[in-house]
Design a binder for this molecule. Structure first.
Ligand code: B12
Length: 212
């Protein structure tokens, strides 16, 4: 199994979508790897892709090919990965903030939350403050989850928090942020109620804030 997981990681790094989907299929059919382990390898692969981009070995087309390899693998993995719960755990509005189009991590979190019983309204990427606010109002959401992957998203995050305050909604909805650019300091500066960096910690913080 170790070899299959390593090959899965290499297929993502190489941007080989057919191979990553085939290997994902083998991994789930053999049933030997936990969801956490699969995500560790997936994240490590994308970390490597990011490093290669930083050092100038990869450019945008290579990052996109690796993103496609993850997307194709996820269609295979999704039905197997999360323990399904059927009771309603709470209402969540989620999206990637304005100026940011990264969606792989967001999509994984959306799947994990839906499987855990949350009603998730996924607004997609490059979402304006107004769209977030309107959706939170319309759905009476318990949680607002903001994905932000580039550090330049800080003004967009601050704008959303400020808008919730000026609309008198800040006490009604808990805000959690996350994504590659996040650190504890970054989250504190924005003024969110929590942040998380992977699937497990995101589910834990959502459960603790909704009492689910
Ligand atoms: C793939 C990728 C792309 C793809 C995205 C395709 C897609 N469909 O998403 C493309 C090619 C489009 C892209 C574009 C750009 N990218 Co890019 N990209 C990446 C890369 C390599 C992987 C991201 C990824 O999918 N990771 C895998 C997933 C599973 O992990 P994740 O995203 O972190 O999500 C997990 C957690 O963060 C968390 N999570 C996610 N969302 C949320 C939300 C909440 C509420 C919570 C609690 C948790 C949570 O859970 C997820 C699951 O574990 C990263 C490198 C990296 N190390 O992240 C760079 C990276 C994010 N990109 C970067 C940059 C600079 C860019 C560009 C500006 C490049 C350019 N010059 O144009 C553009 C920005 C475009 C834009 N306006 O957004 C930088 C950001 C640097 C920074 N600090 O600002 C990174 C870090 C690369 C680097 N090292 O330089 N990129």
């Amino acid at each position: 199994m170790k070899d299959t997981l390593e090959n899965f990681e290499l297929a993502i790094i190489a941007g080989n979508a057919d191979a990553s989907a085939d290997l994902a299929d083998t991994i789930v059919r053999q049933g030997q790897a936990t969801a956490d382990k699969i995500f560790d390898h997936l994240a490590a692969a994308m970390e490597e892709v990011g490093s290669r981009y930083e050092t100038g070995e990869y450019f945008i087309p290579e990052m996109l090919r690796s993103a496609e390899a993850v997307e194709k693998a996820m269609t295979v993995l999704e039905p197997y990965l999360f323990e399904r719960r059927h009771e309603q755990a709470g209402i969540i509005v989620m999206g990637t903030v304005k100026g940011d189009i990264h969606n792989i991590g967001k999509n994984i979190i959306v799947s994990a939350l839906r499987a855990s019983g949350y009603e998730v309204h996924d607004l997609g990427v490059n979402v304006s403050t107004e769209k977030f606010i309107n959706k939170v109002k319309e759905t009476s959401a318990d949680l607002l989850l903001l994905s932000a992957f580039t550090t330049s998203t800080k003004p967009a995050l601050l704008d959303i928090i400020a808008a919730l305050e000026s609309e008198g909604m800040r006490g009604e909805v808990k805000v959690i942020s996350g994504g590659a650019s996040h650190s504890e300091d970054f989250a504190r500066e924005i003024g969110v109620d929590g942040f998380a960096t992977d699937v497990k910690s995101t589910l834990a913080i959502c459960r603790s804030l909704t009492g689910a």
